[in-house]
Write a protein that binds this ligand. Sequence first.
Ligand SMILES: Cc1ncc(COP(=O)(O)O)c(C=O)c1O
Length: 448
Amino acid sequence: MNPLANELNDALDKSHAGVFLSSLGRRLFFPKGIIAQAAEAKKTARINATLGMAFKDRKPLILSPLAKHFPGLLPEEIVVYAPTAGIEALRNTQKAALIRKNSCLKEGDFSLPVVVPGITAGISYIADLFLDKGQVILAGDPSWDNYSLIFSERREAILKGIALFSVDVPGNDDVPNKVGVFNIDAFENALKEEAKTGQVRIILNFPHNPSGYTLLKTEAEKLIALINDCAEGGASVLVICDDAYFGLFYEDETINESLFGPLAALHERVLAVKIDGPTKEDYVWGLRTGFVSIGSKGLDISGYEALEKKLMGAIRSSVSCANTPAQYLALKTWEDPATTADKEAFFSLLCRRYRTVKQFIAENPPPSSVLETLPFNSGYFMCFRCKAGLGAEELRQALLKKGIGTIALEDKYLRVTFAAIEEEEIPEVYRVIYGTASELAALREICP
Ligand SMILES: Cc1ncc(COP(=O)(O)O)c(C=O)c1O
């Protein structure tokens, strides 16, 4: 083991954070090599001959067409390598924004966010740090399909699904306007079962992909209390909050802040990780910028610094650093006063589409023998559960032949991205889905 890795492990073993480190997580460190020496030279050297970049007249060389296509950025904001943990101003701005958007988050409750090239990368790095082969990570079922690729395939961990919605809860069937049949009992059982091993790892994602569900305030309180119970009972609990769709809350009954806020200050044995970014929040899907923030009552500054170095080791050894112009573009976009008005307009657009879908389904329930609407109240998506032997994939393919693109998941769920449908086209899309599902069911009856 490298002595620098050992130093970080010693710092983390003083808190419960050390409990979660995977074997890769234990080996990772941030070398005092090129990047660290260059950062030192940048502060003090008169002539800087460190990093592998080329300068003329103290400015980085830049191709003129490239400079032309980034008219709002300086050459050093386009072609110079960004620091491994991200541009300082962007990190500070994100920290301030998290405090502003989450009323119970305080400055000292969490680390300075580390910049990663998108939320996916952040999840993958946290899995590198905290998840070993054969270890269990809990997630809502259904969940974003990339979790299985990251946790099961890359890390060889066991992704255990928790049935997100209870089919047995009275009123779950075909009550499209009713929000709130979240399966808290299944979460309780899964958390208690895992807590028996002494370690719980769970990823939470609200607003949720694929269902479009966000916890009601009462449900969030119960879930936080359950996590607290696990920690009180002696288990160490790692909670990863995948906040990809943060901010897209459409109903008063739901939480409108991240669970990371209460979790970061909950208990010495709860390690909370928030992974978020402008991808969906700021409608910049291809910009590839995300953040990882860590909060725990059991961590002090030296613990946060050790985790930051571990994360920097994961970044340095994979992509080296996140994209520089993307970080400056995100920062300048946030600082531009026009952003607020644009975001409000985009939010209203998505909210209108959400309400149109809700209203259409309320007035025109799906054919209940074959389709059941999963609860949804936020985000980009809603889902139908296919019933009575109807396969989601055969439905998807039949819809595609009629010009409607949807997503089939586990051959059980049909995900519809209402965020992407023009408002006036929503009734047509849903009528075609209903009609096609009924046709396929009728065909099945004729030729079983
Ligand atoms: C739940 C969830 N997490 C993370 C991501 C990935 O975000 P990014 O594009 O920033 O990697 C997505 C994108 O679809 C998502 O749905």
